[in-house]
Design a protein around this ligand. Structure first.
Ligand code: ACO
Length: 428
């Protein structure tokens, strides 16, 4: 392939350099385009725009490949250790045993919240969406952590990463406890990351939660599968906010808000609502598929389709297998699993979905596992956020460490009125 692209515009021809990634994907560097031609590119939804170079996650959407720092996602299935994966994503390498223990100690040391923070939970009305609480509380956390976000030193940054990951998990559990009017459980330093979360969610004063290793493994796997996914909507938001040199906490809080949307992480709730409405008889699977194909219905088959994957999302394959395994081990029979399988079968044999290359995405089966683990529906997207923390933290750090970084500032094609005069109020 040539090492440059040429563009002719208004009789002038310019050469645009190519950038080639380590997996051979090609980008046309248009950073001088406007200076040389006066024109900009137009790409609503950024489907053809590379916003950065990144060494963290590789996706080949055509082939259905996902790798963290080069390691295929499938290879983590038999090693469900979310902390190891978090360190891989943030630092670039799998940790040695001593490094993992050091990070685990930091997570344990930072699991508690400042007592002053607990009062913030009381200020939210009952029924407040946990994603709203999570985002607000991450910003509040910065007020208690202002000295801990020095990204210049690796050691100090590791402290910040551990604090944020650990406290986000505590905030998530406390937002649930507060919404149910239940007493908060202090973190237990003897428990590992996922077990401690389950304890803070479910222990009662008279009945401590007993961590089942199968549940702990399943939760580790779910979090691993959500740990990073390159420049998706929430991660791009984290980078957008981070590009203004906003601190890590503010950037991640913004990422939580983006993730909340039903077209993004909020889809894991929407999928269960859709499956529930089928189970209750409101809709037959065939009607659901029909509705999803009618553009004017405003209805989409939730958990299906993806901007990047035009093949199976490998995470959905892993989760589908995990559903069978986890539900079997826990002895859970969930009618929603059969409905999901039926919907998948119908969609994968329907020309509408086949022609558009719409396959199940990560959200299609994740909710069924979360239900089996006892996680309440309104916490599903929060679980996604806990899982995505390493990705947001690693991407923020990578952006911070990249020399010559500029503030993100897309342009637009203006389509409003041309110049006109102000009209005083009594003449309008
Ligand atoms: N149901 C029905 N039709 C769909 C669906 C769906 N779930 N997804 C896409 N389509 C159709 C579109 O209407 C469009 O049809 P057209 O070509 O006739 O106009 C075509 O497939 C291409 O879809 P786009 O809208 O261009 O896909 P885009 O990349 O913009 O959106 C998205 C991707 C948002 C994920 C979309 O597939 C969707 O809404 N899915 C359901 C929500 C969901 O599951 N979101 C979670 C995604 S994974 C994540 O963020 C963690």
């Amino acid at each position: 392939m040539a090492d440059k692209a040429t563009l002719t515009l208004g009789g002038k021809t310019i050469e645009l350099p190519l950038i080639v990634g380590t997996e051979g994907e090609v980008g046309i560097d248009i950073s001088k385009l406007r200076a040389e031609t006066g024109a900009i590119t137009f790409d609503p939804g950024y489907g053809n725009t590379g916003s950065c170079a990144s060494a963290i996650t590789f996706i080949d959407g055509e082939k259905g490949i996902l790798r963290y720092r080069g390691i295929p996602i499938e290879q983590f299935v038999n090693h469900p250790d979310f902390i190891e994966v978090a360190m891989l994503i943030i630092n670039g390498e799998l940790p040695k045993r001593a490094d993992r223990e050091r990070f685990r100690d930091k997570l344990a040391d930072n699991a508690h919240l400042h007592e002053g923070m607990k009062h913030h939970f009381d200020g939210f009305p009952s029924g407040a969406p946990p994603m709203a609480i999570l985002s607000a509380m991450i910003n509040a956390l910065f007020c208690y952590d202002q000295n801990f976000s020095d990204p210049e030193s690796d050691e100090s940054f590791e402290d910040s990463a551990a604090r944020l990951m650990s406290k986000v998990r505590t905030i998530a559990a406390y937002s649930y406890r507060s919404s149910k009017g239940l007493p908060y459980n202090y973190p237990d330093p003897k428990l590992l990351y996922c077990g401690n979360f389950l304890h803070m969610m479910f222990s009662m004063p008279h009945r401590p939660y007993e961590v089942d290793p199968d549940i702990e493994d399943a939760l580790n796997l779910v979090l691993i599968l959500h740990a990073d996914h390159e420049q998706n909507c929430s991660t791009s938001t984290v980078r957008m906010v981070g590009s203004a040199q906003a601190n890590l906490y503010a950037s991640v809080a913004a990422g939580v808000c983006a993730l909340w949307g039903p077209l993004h992480g909020g889809a894991n709730v929407a999928v269960i609502e859709m499956l529930e409405s089928i189970r209750k008889g409101g809709l037959k699977p065939e009607e659901c598929i029909k509705l999803a194909k009618q553009k004017d219905s405003g209805f989409r088959l939730m958990g299906f389709g993806h901007r990047v994957y035009k093949n199976f999302d490998p995470r959905s394959r892993i989760l589908k297998n995990a559903c069978d395994k986890v539900l079997g081990k826990l002895g859970v029979k969930d009618p929603l699993l059969d409905i999901a399988r039926k919907l998948e079968e119908l969609a994968l044999n329907d020309p509408y979905f086949v022609d558009r290359k719409l396959y199940p995405n990560v959200d299609f089966y994740s909710g069924i596992i979360l239900r089996a683990l006892g996680i309440p529906l309104d916490m599903f997207t929060v679980m996604f956020a806990i899982g995505r923390m390493p990705g947001w933290i690693g991407q923020w750090k990578e952006q911070h460490d990249t020399p010559g970084g500029r503030i993100y500032r897309p342009r637009q094609i203006y389509t409003g009125p041309t110049i006109r005069d102000y009209v005083p109020m009594d003449k309008r």
